[in-house]
Design a protein around this ligand. Structure first.
Ligand code: PEP
Ligand code: MN
Length: 339
């Protein structure tokens, strides 16, 4: 349920309303938008008499929310959520590039790539330390050591870092990570989502391999209902019948999500296609569809990458993508994050 409160109101009446809602065992998400204040009621609202609330002087409107996601719902929070990380913003008119290798392979590799993508315009460095691989015999990432190297690259370049958490037992190792990534394979690992929500660090939530938009938003809800409001959604392609590409980029999800949720939406064109030559066109299509950012796999030596070489672009290709995106951004009314 949402309660839209009049702009002209007495503070005391407002405080009394908030107190009464809480006394009903409900939590409240207060969104002070530019045009109205919206109280989002979280919990079992079946006992609330909607007509009684509507009759209050300070209440403009009351609506029951049909969708099962509440905190993530645009109706709860009409304005875009801006997720600010180390002074860089996701959401609204802001656009950010997250770039880096699929996995951290060595100190030289991660620092070389970090310096190159930073110079080209990336504001965040990505790199997997704990890798979710289909085969247990494939490279699993450098794990703790990889995280150490990523932190070193952060210290040397000043770039905030994004890396995937696969298990609650590694959470302590992630205290200096700026954005915790929840990968496609863990989008519905509900225990992991709950624990991540408690940490109150920004979370990059990738779409599951074969999950609907509503299931994805329900996963965001798991994180948000634990108190973390800084969730960034990342469309990374879904599984379809098409074998030419690794996945199929669901471009429609971007404008659709903008209607359904206030959370920022970015796109990973690398995992969406699996082919480096498709990364640029899919990046531009994503910008056109309204994405708030791109996460792109960049490797200094793709043919020898230990993971996802075929979809990794070289630093110079990344630079070319940034330049083309820059041409499009004024058309879609966005501004790229700068150093
Ligand atoms: C990744 O970004 O490193 C990754 C494994 O992606 P996904 O979870 O989307 O497959
Ligand atoms: Mn990868």
């Amino acid at each position: 349920m949402i309660i839209v409160v009049k702009q002209q109101r007495e503070q005391k009446q407002f405080d009394n309303l908030v107190k009464w809602i809480k006394s009903q065992g409900l939590e409240i998400d207060i969104s002070n938008g530019s045009h109205s204040t919206v109280l989002g009621l979280i919990g079992d609202t079946t006992k609330i008499d909607i007509d009684l609330v509507r009759s209050l002087d300070i209440v403009e409107d009351v609506k029951r929310i049909q969708e099962p996601y509440k905190c993530a719902n645009r109706k709860f929070h009409p304005d875009d959520t801006i997720v600010e990380v180390c002074g860089k913003k996701f959401g609204g008119d802001n656009f950010q590039f997250i770039a880096g290798p699929c996995s951290i392979e060595s100190e030289k590799q991660i620092i070389e790539v970090a310096e190159a993508v930073k110079a080209a315009g990336a504001t965040f460095l990505r790199g997997g330390a704990f890798k979710p691989r289909t085969s247990p015999y494939a490279f699993q990432g450098l794990r703790e050591n990889g995280l150490g190297l990523l932190l070193k690259a952060k210290a040397e370049t000043g770039m905030p870092i994004v890396t995937e958490l696969m298990s609650v037992k590694h959470l302590d190792l992630f205290k200096d990570v700026d954005i915790i990534q929840i990968g496609a394979r863990n989008m519905q690992n509900f225990e992991l989502l709950k624990e991540v929500g408690k940490v109150k660090k920004p979370v990059l939530l990738k779409r599951g391999l074969a999950n609907t938009v509503e299931e994805w938003l329900m996963s965001a809800e798991y994180i948000m209902s634990e108190g973390c409001k800084d969730v960034i959604l990342c469309e990374r392609g879904i599984r379809t019948f098409e074998p030419y590409t690794r996945n199929t980029l669901d471009l429609s999800a971007i404008p659709l999500l903008k209607e359904l949720t206030h959370l920022p939406v970015i796109v990973d064109p690398s995992h969406a296609s699996g082919l480096s030559r498709l990364v640029k066109p899919l990046s531009l299509a994503s910008v056109g569809a309204g994405a708030h950012g791109l996460m792109i796999e960049v490797h200094n030596d793709p043919p020898h990458a230990l993971c996802d070489g075929a979809q990794s672009v070289k630093p110079e290709q990344f630079e070319d993508i940034v330049k083309s995106v820059d041409v499009m951004l004024p058309i879609v009314g966005k501004v790229r994050g700068q150093w």
